[in-house]
Design a protein around this ligand. Sequence first.
Ligand code: ACO
Length: 329
Amino acid sequence: MSKIRARISGIHAWVPPYILNNKELESMVETSDEWIVSRTGIHERHILKGEGLGTSDMGAEAVRGLLEKTGTKPEEIDLLICATVTPDMMFPATANIISDKAGIKNAFSYDVNAACSGLLFSLVTASKFIETGSCKKVVVVGSDKMSSITDYTNRETCVLFGDAAGAILLEPTTEEVGIMDSILQTDGSGRVHLHMKAGGSIKPSSHETVDAKEHFIYQEGQPVFKFAVTKMADIAAEIMERNNLSSKDISYLVPHQANLRIIEATARRMGVGKEQVMINIGRYGNTTSATIPLCLWEWENKLKKGDNIILAAFGGGFTWGSIWVKWSY
Ligand code: ACO
């Protein structure tokens, strides 16, 4: 019997309309367009505005659009996984809320927290449910309202992040396409460099934690940068080597969009040219779990069946990973 693989059968994304550009940031903190562009490659990012709107609202927009464009009925979905570090609330899972808002009634759903690698961790998890035959239609949604955990008085982090959601539909196939191979890794000792200090069980929320601004992203930029550059590049190269793929075999590298310099280092290590790399960090910033579907969505019309694509990410945890995908439509 032929092997069942999980193929990507649809992709959609949603970004909130409000654009926060570098000029506006210059009026908020001591920074400059020149610094931001030269150190990160970011020109602008989208921010979700509006009372009572959260990660699930962006996720539901992306999922509704995905179902509509793929002609899928919400009741056909067996499983929905949401990758996020900015859940609507501590519990229940944002995946459950997205399912409810998108009319998905016959599925089970849960969240995956792997920071900027969340989309890859979720995609691999979802693919196993397809490969074993337990599920036929699975939605993976990466959604993050990073503006809800960003301190807009801290110039070291507020220039980096944006809000967005992207959704991917996975279905079974016996053709030689889909998720072909993956490598995921974690090093929990990296948590000291990138985390949120309060609001969890070690340090529940209090007046003191709010006053000390401990509900925002804490990031030591340089150590994170060093790890990200090496780990993301190494893992992307490793998946190519173990599958005998050369740079000529690769149609696109789809890197997590945290910093243009990290993306360029990964491309160099893989030996792929600029035209083979999906880059949109300039317009969206780092949208954490949404960066990879946001790229695939923007490049969807250029992709052809059989294209070899390498997804690669690095994020808080530390977490990192790469996936080899053969495009299926
Ligand atoms: N505007 C102007 N100056 C700034 C700004 C700013 N927005 N931010 C920092 N600076 C200053 C610093 O204060 C410092 O000044 P000093 O030399 O007087 O002390 C100087 O610029 C250099 O700061 P660095 O931190 O060394 O700058 P660096 O080149 O490392 O860039 C950055 C910082 C962009 C954060 C980079 O380190 C980076 O991209 N790190 C990795 C981010 C990442 O990949 N995160 C993982 C994913 S996120 C997640 O999982 C949620």
